[in-house]
Write a protein that binds this ligand. Structure first.
Ligand code: Q0Z
Length: 293
């Protein structure tokens, strides 16, 4: 019998996921917890962790020819109680930068552009509107902040932190190629991939390898293509029900976050499952059937 996850050494945890030590490998577990405005709600969205894990595994399988990744298994080595929302991965030596690719100008990129006309040292054309598509996708690295928000850095600073300009050139090229592949795939299914964040590492042979989760709603902005209109923020594919409901309650966005009512939980769950089914092109149940004990 595999050990329950509570017996494994916890090596890292974020707001909505945990990473455990399996000796020579790692177990990454996505919970069903959800945050809005950076605050975690007290109740969960059933299947959210499963959808994020399934999406990440889908993309890992589709992008292996662009760059190697850390994914090993969603079954062998995964304890029964977290099957469907956890993966076994290779241990990497992680690079100390977040690798952000933006195809659209939004979020912190929009803030920086409004203030300076640039993002991560890349000068953008004047007169862009919020959420507008960029002339070409841009690589905008940021620091990995232990607490608080990541800070945009230019390419030279990222190369300095990583210790090699040649390696950073490769990281940028692979990041842009991953984004382009995923954005094209999503566009064909009515989804805009506005931006995304990758985390890279080096494997035991020193080979550049993508780690963490990839191309999920927690590491990316997915917008429904239907109704896309620059000049305003776009609704998030997955979290918009929760955000709209939270705003309607008058919550000030400071902890503690309010409990999400059942109908909003159900609507949000349906959006996560729809995101998986649109992008992966298979019923979410098929993922569960492949991975559940
Ligand atoms: C990922 C993170 C998470 C909290 C470290 N393959 C790898 N090798 C070494 N380290 C990592 C990985 Cl993915 C690694 N994170 C981010 C993930 C919970 C933080 F599930 N930190």
């Amino acid at each position: 019998m595999p050990p329950p996850v509570s017996d494994l050494p916890l090596v890292a945890s974020g707001k909505v996921r945990e990473m455990y030590d399996l000796g020579d490998r790692l177990l990454m577990v996505a919970s069903d917890r959800i945050s809005t405005y950076d605050v975690v709600h007290p109740n969960t969205i059933p299947d959210k962790g499963g959808v994020l894990t399934a999406l990440s595994v889908f993309w890992f399988g589709r992008t292996r020819d662009i760059v190697a990744n850390h994914y090993l298994s969603a079954t062998e080595g995964v304890p029964e109680d977290v099957r469907g929302r956890a993966v076994v991965v290779r241990k990497l030596e992680m690079l100390p930068v977040e690798c952000v690719v933006r195809g659209y100008i939004t979020g912190s990129g929009w803030k920086d552009y409004q203030a300076t006309g640039s993002v991560s040292g890349i000068e953008l054309p004047p007169g862009l509107q919020e959420s507008e598509r960029l002339p070409t996708p841009i690589f905008t690295p940021s620091t990995k902040a232990e607490v608080g928000h990541d800070e945009a850095i230019d390419f030279d600073r990222a190369a300095e932190l990583v210790g090699s300009r040649e390696l950073m050139d490769d990281v940028r090229a692979r990041s842009l190629a991953l984004y382009q592949f995923a954005a094209d795939h999503a566009a064909a299914r009515g989804v805009i991939l506005a931006d995304t964040k990758f985390e890279f590492g080096l494997d035991g042979d020193g080979a550049l390898t993508v780690g963490d989760e990839v191309l999920t709603p927690d590491s990316s902005r997915f917008w429904p293509a239907d109704g896309y209109e620059p000049g305003r923020p776009q609704p998030s594919f997955d979290k918009q029900y929760v955000r709209d409901w939270a705003a309607s309650t008058g919550w000030d966005k400071k902890p503690p976050a309010p409990e999400v009512p059942d109908d909003v939980v159900e609507g949000t769950r349906a959006r996560y499952v729809e995101a998986y089914e649109r992008i992966a092109g298979e019923p979410f149940q098929e993922w569960l059937d492949r991975t559940a004990p």
